[in-house]
Design a protein around this ligand. Sequence first.
Ligand SMILES: [Zn+2]
Length: 275
Amino acid sequence: MKYEHVPLTDDHIHIDPRNGRGIEAAKDFLRAGGTHMFLVSKPSSCLGVDPGKGSDYRSVFDETLRIAGLIRETGLVVFPVLGVHPAEISRLSERYSLDEASGIMKSGLDCAAGYVEEGLAVGLKSGRPHYETTREIMSASNGILMHAFTLAAELDCAVQVHAETGPCSDMVDMAHAAGLDPGRIVKHYATPDTPLVPSLLATHEAIPSLCREGRRMTMESDYMDENSSPGAVIGPKSVPRFTRRLLSEGLITADDVYRIHTETPSKVYGVEISL
Ligand SMILES: [Zn+2]
């Protein structure tokens, strides 16, 4: 099938002019055929921010929005997603009590929610540690995640979760308890076994079979844009490049491309995706 110009959306990417290639990486995405990106705020530590209260996250979020503005000048459509990286609990709880650390992260999410309310961001980012940790930290993290779900329900917005590998099925009940439609929860770096909306790495081998099953999903590069660890992730061109490859090899159809890049992200985030 001949490739036509259609929306190609990266559901989770970072662009960081301070520590990485910045706008050049965004231009790579554009040149590869990318059109829309969900630009996710980086952990506060990546920007040298050491939060002691929720409003300290403001500089992280303002920087993300500033970068979004620069990227838009290239012609790309950018949807910012702001929040608090779940691993921050480990760093914060070295300096603060677990209660204080949770409080800082929850008020960081309150701060992010303010940006969503103003229409400056389209969703929240939260989660729980994806690594082995104590039961206390995990329970505090679930409390923070519940706070994010509650805010998202109030704002009627999506949440991207970064959590342990696997289905995270318990988050469906958590969402219901918070009054949030689980269909608005995107599992970042997902495996296909999740009942949440999976955002699959562009190179994930299950994409064609999930398409055949008619499963909804999105695609991401999780490009970090860190010069210090260039090999850690796949590059900024990955989503458009692998989509076009799967299409040209007949492994997915044009309808699948539409569902992955236009229909699903539009519905999940409540945004308009078109050319
Ligand atoms: Zn990421």
